[in-house]
Every structure is written in C-alpha cells, then in structure tokens.
Design a protein around this ligand. Sequence first.
Ligand code: SF4
Ligand code: SF4
Ligand code: FES
Length: 247
Amino acid sequence: MGRRLKFNIFRYNPQDPDSVPHTDTFYLAETESMTLFIALTDIREEQDSSLQFDFCCRAGICGACAMMINGRPNLACKTLTKDLPDEITLMPLPIFKLIGDLSVDTGTWFREMNEKVESWVHTSKSFDPSADEERMDDAVAEEIYELERCIECGCCVAACGTANMRRDFVGAVAMNRIARFMLDPRDQRTEAEYFEIIGTDEGIFGCMGLLGCEDVCPKHLPLQDQLGILRRKMGWSAVKELFRFGK
Ligand code: SF4
Ligand code: SF4
Ligand code: FES
C-alpha cells in the first residue's frame, strides 16, 4: 500500500486584513511518480481551492515553482514525493515579497538586481541590422552558455546567509551574471568598471563563501567557481587601485 503523506503548508494572504500567518495540514495518498506539483494540484482541486502556489513549465525551466521544501529551497515540479519523508513542510521562499501562501514575487527582486548590476552587454558599437552576425569563438560561447542556464528561480538567494541578513546584497546569481558579461568579448566594460558594480559589500566582498547557493542550485550552475574567480579579480583590482593612489 502507498504511503499517506502529511503536508504542513504555510498559509497567509497579505491582501486580506483578516488573514493571519498559520500552517494548514492536508493528507494525501501518494501515487507513483508523484511530484510536489501533482500533490499541490490535488490538494487545491480536492481539498482547498484557495491554496496559492506558482507553476508554469512543470519541467524545471521557468523557475516559478521554487519553495522551501522541508527547510531547503528547491523546485517543487522537479521534486518527487518518494524522495521525501511522510511529513512534508512547505513554506514560501524567504526574502522575496509574499503574494500569498507559497507564491512569491521573484520578478521584482530579479529586475532590481539586473538593473543594479547592469545586466546587459555594454558596447559603444551601434547596431547595424544589415550587417552579418559577428561570430564568437565556440569555446567562449560554450562558457557563456554554461552561465546563461540560470532560470532565476531564487533558490540560491533564499539559501544565502548574507542575502537573508542584508537586503542590499546582490547574491550569487548577480555575481554569475557579471561573470557571464566578463567573458563576453562584445562587452567593453573594464575591470575597474566591473569593480564599481560588484567590488563592494553589496557584491563580492559581502559574500561569506559558505556556498549554500551552490548546494541548492537546481540547475547546478558553477557558482563556487565564479565566486572564487570574481573574488580574486576584484581583490586584484582593489590592490591595483591602492597602488595607483599610493604613487
Ligand atoms: S557563498 Fe556567498 S553568495 Fe553563496 S550563499 Fe554563501 S554568502 Fe551567499
Ligand atoms: S543560480 Fe541557480 S539557484 Fe540561483 S537563480 Fe539561477 S538557477 Fe536558481
Ligand atoms: S514549474 Fe517551471 S521550474 Fe517548476
């Protein structure tokens, strides 16, 4: 006989003045290959139609379904109940604005982060729509692609000690963005200009290096490597700047 799963689910609707944060308990018979997406949909269809949670692709691509699953951020659509104990506690991701229950607004946070680190190619070249596409070295394109796989789910932000303590910390996801533009031959920013953006406590020097971010990234981005590379590069930039002023 299949297991009987117990779900403890955080409930709160900030739009409703009568709503108070609490936990609701639901029970569900586990089925084969059940994901948390299937479980939550069953609960909403059969037990409580007011339950709020986000899903879009159901395939680990859109990043919408990230939540705290037994205390750890992860994608609900890619989490099989068979890999979890009988009792499952679901909470919304911290840090992001709560929409209701398990649904959070990651979009606003990511938009602000992308604007803060100027997450676009900086070039003085003007775009010529009739020109041939410029070719990029295959190996460089591969390296950039590896860092571009981020789905902006927010798991690494939710797991980050610094981001939980300091709202101005841009997180590993932003450092990964910067690392991606540093690799891009089209981006004409200098190391000193990158230093202005992330050579601060809000950036790489605020990172405590305990790598909760890398541990929870569902797309297995090489965050540890990128944080290490940036720390070295920005450290050297700071030393060079000191010598420049020391002269
Ligand atoms: S290594 Fe840095 S960015 Fe990653 S979780 Fe720790 S403090 Fe946050
Ligand atoms: S780096 Fe990984 S955990 Fe962080 S937002 Fe991107 S995919 Fe999610
Ligand atoms: S629903 Fe898109 S990643 Fe889970």
